[in-house]
Design a protein around this ligand. Structure first.
Ligand SMILES: Nc1nc2c(ncn2[C@@H]2O[C@H](COP(=O)(O)OP(=O)(O)OP(=O)(O)O)[C@@H](O)[C@H]2O)c(=O)[nH]1
Length: 435
């Protein structure tokens, strides 16, 4: 299968990236002997054989300026999966905000970083693209993440760029300037990625993932749920057959206008108990995916039009059950009949996600929906209002920190105006979906 290079930038990017890697590894180990899975081929999508170490290693680059996150990872249980070639550490530089990450500090090291990415890409037989994860609320994730994404776009023009930006929840902000970083970082993602799957730290996934508690200090539950969603999206890229056999398929199926490339996920799942007592049927799961608590961005999905949408089932339900679930949703959702039949696609993968807790390893039966939907406007509105709050004051709060790094007022105004334009584009599409 064609390879994907993972780029995990800043603290959140590295921690989420590690959770994704662990999830992949667990699934591949678990299904190693399954006749349905092509282990060796599919495993190579995200893992490569390291001749020196004589072992498979994640095809990832974990990038940070502060040693703490990487040091903690190296000491952790999963640390042994990586080798030094996975780490890109630029120590002793405080990044603080987008401007330092993109310009001052970023400028000094982007060359080295791109050399490392180039090297990983050269080791691939047939690279299909990149999958980046970074928070937009920190200087490294937003600013240096933007620089790396831009570099990847320039150097690997024909390759796919799937970006997973993590948007902050206000009380988790590490810096008062996060609202600026978020809008500036999002502007770079909008311009340089070709598929964007945002995660919103405000979401309450408790409804969807009742085994996990949200807002634990170490972000374990939200990181696990992001990893689960990525596991669904890449399932066919790793195990074959399904909707998204490569990154290009995501664009083909869900993006009909390259300006509208933000995809909203919703996920519902249940641990499969031996007695099947707790089992949730596909209709219930699909209906859950239309409810607010199951969304990856905080929104009411029922009031927004979905331009295109798909469902990925990972369960052992019969085709009859899935078809009847889709029929029921067709009647209940806000999709018009014509539009639904043209644009909705689904697939089933019988290899279920693996869930690990103190009681052992379990399979999870679940469903993910991924939609190109105007509901993302609710997220844009949230970060836009926060930005305006800081920026509209006559003193333009904190702007001098960015100016000191060489940024100009016009860049702020442009990023904000482009965010507004994006909102308007989605709103117009909602009014006339076929235009
Ligand atoms: N989902 C998730 N969010 C996190 C995690 N760690 C930090 N965050 C959030 O990410 C935002 C800050 O981004 P970080 O990734 O810590 O910062 P950074 O990109 O390393 O940038 P600097 O620290 O400024 O150099 C804050 O909103 C944190 O609450 C994590 O493991 N998972």
């Amino acid at each position: 299968m064609k390879e994907i290079v993972s780029l995990n930038i800043g603290r959140a990017g590295i921690r989420v990236g590690d959770e994704i890697t662990q999830t992949f590894k667990q699934e591949h180990d678990y299904y190693h002997n399954s006749p349905e899975a092509d282990y060796t081929d599919g495993f190579s999508t995200f893992f490569g054989y390291n001749e020196e170490e004589k072992s498979y290693q994640p095809r990832s680059l974990l990038i940070d300026f502060e040693p703490e996150t990487l040091d903690t990872l190296k000491r952790s249980k999963s640390g042994g999966m990586y080798s030094e070639s996975n780490f890109c550490e630029f120590q002793d530089e405080e990044v603080c905000n987008y401007a330092r990450g993109y310009y001052t500090v970023g400028e000094e090291v982007i060359g080295q970083c791109m050399d490392r990415i180039q090297k990983i890409a050269e080791d691939c037989d047939s690279l299909q693209g990149f999958m980046g994860v970074a928070s937009l609320a920190g200087g490294t994730g937003s600013g240096f993440g933007a620089r790396v994404l831009e570099g990847v776009k320039d150097e690997f023009k024909s390759k796919e760029r799937l970006w997973i930006p993590i948007f902050p929840e206000s009380w988790l902000h590490t810096s008062a300037m996060s609202s600026y970083d978020c809008v500036l970082g999002n502007e770079a993602v909008r311009e340089n990625a070709n598929i964007v799957i945002p995660f919103d730290s405000r979401v309450d996934l408790a409804g969807g993932l009742d085994e996990w508690k949200l807002y634990d200090k170490e972000f374990c539950s939200i990181n696990k749920s992001i990893a689960q969603v990525v596991s669904y999206i890449t399932c066919s890229m790793r195990f074959g057959e399904g909707l998204f056999c490569n990154l290009k398929d995501i664009s083909k199926i869900l993006i009909n206008n390259s300006d509208l490339k933000y995809l909203s996920g919703a996920h519902s799942s249940k641990i499969v108990k031996a007695d099947k007592e707790n089992e949730t049927n596909p209709t219930e799961m699909l209906l859950n995916c239309l409810e607010t608590p199951f969304q990856m961005i905080k929104c009411d999905p029922r009031i927004h039009l979905k331009i295109r949408s798909c469902a990925i089932f990972r369960n052992d339900a019969t085709l009859e059950d899935i078809n009847s679930a889709i029929e029921i949703i067709n009647e209940k959702s806000n999709m018009s009949q014509d539009w639904f039949s043209d644009s909705f696609q689904w697939c089933q993968n019988k290899l279920m996600p693996i869930y690990n807790n103190e009681e052992g390893i379990h399979q999870q039966s679940g469903c993910l929906t991924l939609s190109n939907s105007a509901s993302v406007v609710e997220l844009f509105d949230y970060i836009g209002v926060k930005f305006d709050h800081l920026f509209s004051e006559s003193i333009k709060c904190y702007f001098h920190h960015y100016q000191a790094e060489g940024m100009e007022l016009e860049q702020f105004e442009e990023a904000r105006a482009n965010l507004k334009d994006l909102e308007v584009m989605y709103e117009q599409m909602e009014i006339s979906p076929n235009s």
